[in-house]
Every structure is written in C-alpha cells, then in structure tokens.
Design a protein around this ligand. Structure first.
Ligand code: FMN
Length: 376
C-alpha cells in the first residue's frame, strides 16, 4: 500500500483522515496514516489551542490542516475585520430567513443558545481564513495544508512551500485541475459526489481515473465513499497515490460528539444522505432530515449563497450540536456525512479501524492476484 507520497510526507500508509476532532487526528497519525484537522470553521484562538494540543500529543508524527482558503465570492465586501464583515453581511440577510430557521428549531424543541456570544462568520472568506493559514504555517509538524473550496491563492501556496509544506486542494471536476496546477498545488484530492460535505456531481469511480490522468504528474488522493479495504484497493487501482477519507472517522471512539449525534450516524444507511444547499448555500451531502426537506419543499425562501446562508444557519448548527439529544433535535440537526456512512454500524477505535482496513485490503489484493494467476 506504500506509495511515493508516503515517503514525501513521512507516513507509513497513504490513508488520510479529515476530522474536526484533534483526538482522531493524533490517533490516525500515530497509526501510520495522516490525520488532517478540519479547521475551516475555527477562530484563530481555537485553532491555536487545538494545534498546541496536537503538537503535544502526536510525538514525532506529521499531520495536516484543512482550511478553506477562499475562492472569489462575487459581491463579498472587501472588509478585513471579521466582526465588521459579519455585521455587514448580516444586514444583507432578510429577516424572514432567520425567522424561518428559528421556527424549524422551535417546532422540534431545540433549546435556545444559552451563552452571550453572537453569531460570527465562520470560515470561507479571506478575512476569516488568512489568520488560520498563518497559524498553520507556524507549525513544524503540520507538513500538509489543504484547501477545500477552489484553488488556493498562489501567494499562500508559495509561502507554504517556503516553509517546506505540501499543499493539497480538493476538486470534484477535471477542469479545475489546471488552475490548481498553475497555483503550484502539490496534491490533487479527487472528491467524488458520494462523499460527505461539499461535493460536485461526478461519482468517485468515474472521477478518480479522470483526475489521475488530468493531474499527472501530480499525485492524486481518492476521496468520496471510502470506508473499507476493498474501496482502498479500488482507489489505488484507479491510479491514486492514497485515500482521503472523512465519514469513516465520525463514529470512531475518539471522535467527540454528543451520543445522540453519533447514534444518528451509526443508525444511518447509505440511502439516508442527501445533497442540499440549505446549510451553507453550496451543495453539501448530509444526513437527510426535516431541516433539509423543509428548506427544499418551501418555495418562498431559496437558500442564499455562501457565506450568507452559513450566517442564517450558524445558530442551528451550534444548537443542534450542543443539544443533540434533546427533544426532536436530530430531525433538524446538521449531520454532515457521505453515503459510506451506511457501512459503519458500531463504534471502533482508530487503531481497530486501521487493522480492519489492512485486513480487508490484503484479502481483496489476494483475490485480485488469484484472478490474475491464469492470465499469464
Ligand atoms: C463532517 C464532515 C465535515 C467536512 N468538512 C470539510 C471541510 O471543512 N473541509 C474540507 O476540505 N472537506 C470537508 N469534508 C469533506 C472531507 O474532506 C472528504 O472530502 C469527504 O469526507 C470524503 O468523502 P467520505 O465522507 O465519503 O469519506 C467534510 C466531511 C465530513 C464528513
């Protein structure tokens, strides 16, 4: 399973794990893969705290940081101060949007937010993301910085390279590869439509080989729908140099989440996810529930674009996470997950997941070898 990219990054196996949870990041890197902290919605202070903890616990292993380096958002005011930008953007959102979101939460018994911290703009803009990037640059063990939506600005890529870091970027379309290459991106992450979070429309098995060809000589990581060793083998057979996974780590023991949220994920089948713009304004795959259905089924309020819809839903996001087990919260909760979530029905540790993946991968490889025996 070892590929050239493993040597470049100093890891044993090319299994990359996106997670918002620092414990998962550390456990994956310690197991020989690479944990990547999803920091897109963090404040710089929170990111600093999490990275301090990771640096302290990860030993000499490398890790990655995923931040949403902004692509151009049409009409976004050029304001650097995050509070001022938040207020300016909030003023653009019609009241009906907040009222509708609140009515859904109230109807499902989701308690009000009990702290006095107003909604802040999450990631996804230059103003919120540049400080996160600066924090990532300063971390010696963070050998990989990844961008989620669009091509990262070239000046940031250059500065990451000066610090000896590799830069990855997700894409769901072959035509985006060229601009990634021009910006100097080192690793293309081919994110198929069945994955959790923001996705395009092309399914993994079609996307991966197309992106491997388009990206050459750059290495590709295959993403979207990988949860067992057979799927890893399929990704490597497509020409990918590794796998980039997200949903698989939501249900592991190390993943911190309210029990009710984890249970929703454990209970879900592969048919229970849907792509919706109702949370961020961009197509994102999540567990289907009353929240998504209500937004899709009413005709008055179409989801706003990014980042405005994120402001509309930020309160719902934090409240449904915190009060996951209260009343009917799960029916309106944000549970980002890909179709592969249907494969995870019990809680395992990261270490157990790695053992399972190796076993399945070897069994599948030996099956293919058997099939090939008679060819020669
Ligand atoms: C809970 C969750 C949150 C995600 N948030 C982000 C994000 O902030 N940035 C990003 O690059 N990808 C994000 N993703 C997508 C993952 O990086 C990855 O591409 C995807 O999970 C792969 O598909 P899979 O879910 O089938 O493994 C998220 C995925 C999940 C499951």
């Amino acid at each position: 399973m070892k590929t050239e990219l493993c040597d470049r990054l100093g890891i044993d196996v090319p299994i990359f794990a996106f997670s918002h949870c620092r414990d998962v990041v550390v456990a994956v890197s310690k197991a020989g893969g690479m944990g990547v902290l999803g920091a897109g919605t963090y404040t710089p202070e929170k990111l600093r705290e999490e990275l301090d903890w990771i640096d302290e616990h990860i030993g000499d292993k490398p890790y990655g940081i995923d931040i949403v380096l902004p692509m151009k958002i049409p009409g976004l005011p050029d304001i650097e101060d995050v509070d001022e930008l938040t207020q300016t953007l909030l003023a653009k959102v019609p009241d009906e949007y907040f009222e509708y979101a609140e009515s859904l939460l109230e109807a499902h018994g989701v308690p009000a937010w009990d702290a006095n911290d107003p909604i802040k703009l999450m990631g996804w803009t230059e103003a919120t993301t540049r400080p996160l990037f600066e924090e990532a640059l300063n971390r010696d063990k963070a050998s990989l910085i990844v961008n989620a939506l669009g091509t990262p600005p070239k000046d940031l890529v250059d500065r990451a390279h000066e610090r000896g870091k590799l830069v990855g970027a997700l894409t769901g379309k072959p035509k985006h590869v060229e601009s990634h290459k021009v910006a100097g991106v080192d690793i293309i992450i081919a994110n198929g439509a069945e994955g959790g979070g923001h996705v395009g429309e092309i399914g993994s098995i079609v996307l991966w080989p197309q992106l491997v060809d388009a990206a050459a000589p750059l290495p590709v990581l295959a993403a979207g729908g990988i949860g067992n060793g057979r799927q890893i083998l399929a990704a490597l057979a497509s020409g990918a140099q590794g796998v980039w996974t997200g949903s698989m780590w939501l249900t592991v023991e190390e993943a911190q989440a309210e029990p009710a949220q984890k249970q929703s994920l454990l209970d879900a089948s592969s048919e229970d996810t849907v792509v919706t713009r109702s949370w961020t304004g961009k197509r994102a795959r999540v567990l289907n529930n009353d929240w998504n259905k209500s937004w899709e089924n009413q005709s008055e309020l179409k989801p706003l674009g990014l980042p405005l819809q994120g402001l509309v839903t930020a309160d719902a996001w934090r409240r449904t996470e915190k009060y996951a087990g209260v009343a009917d919260t799960q029916k309106v909760a944000l549970n980002i997950a890909g179709q592969v979530i249907g494969q995870f029905n019990e809680v395992q540790t990261v270490r157990q997941v790695f053992e399972r993946l190796f076993e399945e991968y070897l069994e599948a490889s030996s099956h293919i070898n058997d099939l090939n025996k008679d060819l020669f």
